[in-house]
Every structure is written in structure tokens, then in C-alpha cells.
Design a protein around this ligand. Sequence first.
Ligand code: 0A1
Ligand code: ZN
Length: 877
Amino acid sequence: MKESQPSAIYLKDYKVPPFLIDKTELTFDLDEATTIVTSRLHMRRNPLDGKSNAPLILDGGEDVKLIGVAMDGYALPEEEYQLVDDKLIITATADSFVLTCETLIEPQNNTRLEGLYRSSSMFCTQCEAEGFRHITYYLDRPDVMSVFTTTIIADEARYPVMLSNGNEIERGKTEEGKTLVVWHDPFPKPAYLFALVAGNLAVKNDLFTTQSGRDVKLQIFTESHNIDKVDYAMEALKRSMRWDEEKYGREYDLDIFMIVAVDDFNMGAMENKGLNIFNSSCLLASPKTTTDDAFLRVEAVVAHEYFHNWSGNRVTCRDWFQLSLKEGFTVFRDQSFSADMHSATVKRVEDVSFLKTAQFAEDAGPMAHPVRPSSFIEISNFYTLTVYEKGSEIVRMIHTLLGEELFRKGSDLYFERHDGQAVTCDDFVAAMQDASGIDLTLFKRWYSQAGTPIVTVEDQYFPEEKRYQLTIKQETPATPGQPTKLPLHIPIRVGLLTAQGQEIAAQYQGEVANDVTLLLTQAEQTFEFTEVPSQPVPSLLRSFSAPVKLHYNYTADQLLLLMSADTDGFNRWSAAQQLAVNELTQLIEQASAGQPLVMDSQLLTGLTALLADESLDPAMVALILALPSQAYLSELATTIDPLAIKQARQFLKEKIANALTEQFVQTYQNNIIRSEYQASAQHIARRSLKNMALSYWSETADKKGEAAVAQQFASADNMTDQFAALSIAVHSGHPDAATMLDAFYQQWKNEPLVVNKWLMLSASQDADDALAVVEGLMAHPSFDLKNPNKVRAVLGGFGQNVAGFHNADGSGYRFLADQIIVLDKRNPQLASRLCTPLTRWKKLKPALSEKMKAELERIMAQELSKDVYEVISKSLV
Ligand code: 0A1
Ligand code: ZN
């Protein structure tokens, strides 16, 4: 353990910056081993600070060597500045001055992948959240916005492409014969949006004409062997640009928009102004190498980063506690975009399913935090599902409360009022409130209160008066640092159905209501509908109108009715899920107690009807057929027994498969697509249903199922079908699974993104020696500890390996802990994210829980980065 532990910083301590930087001029003399960065910062005291003698304190990093510092051309001698804890402190300054700083950095030794680093043969940067300080000393905080001019000097033969933010304004030669390129970005921005790329890259060019008739040059850069995989991203970019104009009235503002794909990247992608940098896994796509899911992800991430140009860049965050200001809003925007491009219901089911599995688990664990956290030790740990996904749900609720038109008025006002500023979540809500006239005072608690509210509904029908009452209670469980909670403002969309499944046009507050939004603002409230002709079946929380856990005592018959007849597509899925969860909960209890497993028949009734209904969207049918995941069932459990969950799921799957074999074979055959691959909603839907049917078929005793898997694997002309067949083979114990895995690797060993899929699947396979398999993968020639995608593939795959990871002897936990300890020295952000499965130790059954806790304690005893220290120490509280 370190002698002094890292300390937290608090939102309540926010102060305006004592200095501002109007202009930032940077020169990079690029070299792999030692790059020299010269900065000229045009600084002045911040009039809002009011102090005339505050020292200038610039942020730096332990990997930045200061060569020299000068003020207005006067080279400061060592006694006139101090270097303390990575900060450069200059006590005496004028009110305005130019500070020149020369630093030396070592890109090829930068394994943290923050600041300037090497990925393959190129240079690239990652500056969010606090990476810029690993390049040079700076006021590295988002409320310091500056106009950047960047000069890049490099050997043109090796780095013909040299990029930074904004427009290229000059190109020439230095005296030594190197090439010099100057970029200027006219929009003031915080340092976290700075970017630089240099390499020998191929480019795809295109053009977009904005709604006001300006031509924008679009460029996507990759290493030359990947340039054939960017067409889909380019089309997605143009669709995003058009959508933002049409939906939000937001036009792109520079003359050029560039995207670069890099292989080594800690996250998905980054919205640097005019120069987005992407993890290649979120940009490259081709039918032969990319699954449907990955195509959709590319489209969503391209859109997300593009949308940040307004929600994030033109209007940015005042401080990092406000991260959800840009992330929650931008996720809401990208989700809406994808919903418009494909099926809105399918998209909603996927997003909610993810939220309920992963964000709810985070909100119930030791790292639970409000969407606007009130403190943190390391900001990189707060790029969380809570800030992103729950943050998006908050914006979605504002949309529900205001309606489409007023929401648009609110966003227009927000962008107009705050263009060029660094603002807060409160400013966002204020714009929505001011534009709509709707009071959001109480609603703001969603930003400050952590935890998932539990909403319990009870109903009563009064036949004589044709009245129907819903009594709704809310309660939010305690979370770390927040023992007591206040009631939230929760919109609950409700419809009523007759016992035959017809919508009831009841009256609510004097108006006809076949779909109303009830506004819950107190701990308990009763809502009354009138003119309700018969006892209704309530369809509650339609479209998942709020991120809550809803409890209503549905009977199996009511769930079957909603599943087949609700007009809200989302709730049809939700009812089916509930039915399956009820079934699985019983089975898990039986498995955990070592009893024989016995299944009820209601779910089968529902699924039989589902498979017979040809009017349904195949994608929805596939989603309903997908049993609740191991992770979701773990989230729901009070005490997790991983093997019992696995056993129950497997049992149920086989039962369904055997009961409905004929239907699955038919469904499989009906959904084979004979025309050329398209990543269209319709084709994706059919493939997903076909592959779901195949996965059931392969669980039956019917040998033809096995043959169909092998056949599809061998003959598929696209990665979705090929990989689906391979995964089914691996997870169903297909006799040829091992041969197929080998063949797959041989076929794709030159495509790193496909190899990552192979690594992940191989690591997740059930094997007696699962740990040895994973160790073998880490020693495989295709593995590379420097590449976060590969590390995540193997360790993420192993995390899904229920028997291997949760081995009763604790070896799975020990292995993960060992990897975290090693990786923390190289790449703290990556190491910290790998800790997530260990943070759930308290919920595991006692024998496993103890073993996992012991590993957390072992990690805690090491010298740790701030990143890992924060997660592990909070988990052990
Ligand atoms: N702002 C990016 C996500 C991102 C955050 C941090 C990073 O490095 C630590 C990189 C990217 C987004 O929302 O896409
Ligand atoms: Zn984002």
C-alpha cells in the first residue's frame, strides 16, 4: 500500500479558474522516443476570480519533463517556479502574459494510452478527461476554453498524414528538411478536446452539403489495409449529420470533419473537435468480418461522437462532475437516432435490457453514484453506465414530461444560451424549464440521488362506479454516502387493457386516456381512472418511461395477455421477460437447493403463440426468445449462485427447445436470406431470429440441428451467420466445436478484430481446464497485452465463463486479480475497468464471496494507481 492514499475532490469545492488562456499555440516536434512540445499560452487573470495575487498552478504529469519555462520571453530561473506533485507553480505573474513552456515526452513508452502515444505505426492522442497534462503543463480543466493553433513537425516519408483540430492553414518545410503543418481551430475549446494524429494513413474522402448549403469535406483515415472497411461508417456519418439538422436544427460548423481509426484505445471513441479518434472496433465494418451487432454499434458510435460537436463541444462541461451534461444528452441523442434509422421498439428493448442488467447492478453496488457525482478520486472511473445510460434516461424523462415540441424548444434555448460556454446540468434543466414553462425543480433530484427507485403498484377496481385506482409507492434504497432518500419525480406511462386484450379508453383527470403519463412525485400516491367498464389489466411503465424497478403482482395469465396483446411493443417484451424471470427464479431456487428442476407451462404457452404469429417483427420475436441473461438474473438475485443460474437457464432452454423443435426448425428455414448481405433493419431482424431458432434447435436431440450448425458455419457469406454458428457450436457442446474454432482462427488470423472475437469466445467456453485455456490464450501469438481490445476480449470472455471464473477453489478470481495487478502498472484505466466483476463480491454466495474478497484485499495491499485504488477501496468498505 502507498504511504499516503489518494484523496477525493468534491463538487462543493468548485471554484472558477484564477487564470484564463485566450490562445494556445503548440508545436510538436514528433519523434517516437522523445517528442518536444513547445507551448505558447496567452494568459490573463480571470476577472471572475477577483483575486489579484493567486499563483499560477499548471497541471502536468510524472511522464512530462520540463525543459524550460519563460514568461513574456524571459526565461524563468529555477528559483522562480516550483514543481510539486506534477504541478508547475509560478508565484509572480503579471495580469496578462505569454507563458512559453518546453516539455519532453516519450510517446513510445506511453502505455497508459493517455496524452500522446503510439498505436501501431502512428502517433495519436487521447486527452479526455485529463490526458492533456501528459503532453504539456496546462490549465487542464474543461472550463478553460482556448483557441488552439497547432504546428506539427515530422518526417514526411514516415508520417505523410499530420492532423490536428480545425483547418489546415499552412504546410512547409523546416530547415532540417522535415515537414511542418499548421492547424487552426477557431472555436474555443477545453484541452480535453485537443487531438493530434500522424501516420502513414489511407483516406476515404466524401462531401456533405449542410442545410444552409455549405460543403463540408469528410475524411476517414485508417491504416491502408483497413480502408476498404470504412464505407459504412462514412454513410452513417452523413446520416447523422442530416439527422442532427432535421431533429435538432444543428449544423456542422467547420469546413472539414475527420475521423481516424486506431487499434490501441482505452474506450470506444473520442469526440475531439473536427478530428474524432476511434477505436478501430467502433469504426471498421464489412459484411465478411463484422457482425450485425457491430454494424449497429459502428453507426451508433459514429453518431454519438458527431452529435458531441454540439452537445459537448460547442456547449461543454464546467467541471467533470457535470460529465452527464454532455454524455447523458448525447447518448439520448444517439439512441433516438438509431431508433429512427431502424426499429424504435427493438432499440428500446436493447437499451433497457442493457440498463437493467448493467447499470442497475452498478447502482446497487459499492461504486453507486449519482448521475452528477458529488466527489471522485479519479475521474476516469466515472465514465460509467450511470453517467451515460442513466443520464440518458433522465433526458428521456424530460422529453416525456415536455413532449417533442417543447423539448425541442428547450434544446434550442440551451444551445443558443450557452454556445461557447462550459456549463452545468442545472443549466441544461433550466433551459428545458424556461422554454417549456414546466416546473422541473423536484425533477432535478434525479441528478443528485443515486440508486434505482423501487416502484410498487397496487390496484383496485370498483365495478359499480366503474372506477379504477392505482396506488403507487416509491422507495430508493440506500447507497454509499446516501443513507436516506427523497421521493423523485417519476413519469409512469400507463395503458389499460380488457381481459380480452382490448385497449380501454378510460378517463383520467377528465380526458380520454388510453395511454397516460402519471406523475409520481410523492412517496405514495393514488391515481384514479373513471369510466372503466371492466376490471382492467394495467400495462405499466410503457416504453420504460422511467429507470425504476417496477413491482406489480401480475398473474401468469395477465402476463400472457400483455405479451400477446399490448399495443406497447416494449411492454409485450417486458411481460415475456417477466414470465421467463418468474420461471427461472423458481428453477434457480431448485438448482441451488440441489432439488430436481421442474418447469411450469405458461411460458411455453406464450412462446408457442409467439412463434405462430407471423405478423410480428422477427427481431422482436428473437428478443423475446432470448432468455434473461446470466448477468440480469445475477442482478435480480439477492444472493448470487452462479452455477445454479447457469443450470436453470440451460434446463429451461432445453425444455423449450424440445417442446417446440418443429417450430424452431420452421422458423430457421423461413428466415434464411438468399440475397446478398445487407446491414438493413429487415435483414438484421431475420438473421437474429434465424440464429436464435438455430440455437434452440441445437439444444435438441435432433442430429439435424447439429448438422445445420456445421453447415451454416462452413457456408456463411457473412460474419453474423458464421460467428453465430460458431458460438452455438461452442456453447452447445457440438462435437466439432474445437475443429470449428481452429478453422475460424486459421481463416481470420490476419483480421485482428475477428481474432478478438475468437479470443473472447475461446475464453468463455466451458472446459474442465478453463483457466489453462485462458492462460494459453494469453500466451497465444495473436494476444498482445498492450492492446486493450485483446485484453478485454480474453478477460471479458473469461468473466462470462461461469464455471471457470466462479471455480469453487477461487482460482478464477485469483487469476483476474493477478492480471489487474500487472496491468495497473501499464494502463491504470484499463486495469480499473477490469475490476468490475470483483466489485460484486458481497452478493455472491458465502463460499465464493469470501474467496473474491480475499483477492480484493490482495490487490489492495499493492502499490496502486488512483484508478484501481478508488474502485477496490470503495468495494471493500
Ligand atoms: N467522450 C467519449 C468517451 C471517452 C472518455 C474517456 C476517454 O479516455 C479516457 C476516451 C473516450 C465518448 O463519450 O465517446
Ligand atoms: Zn460521449
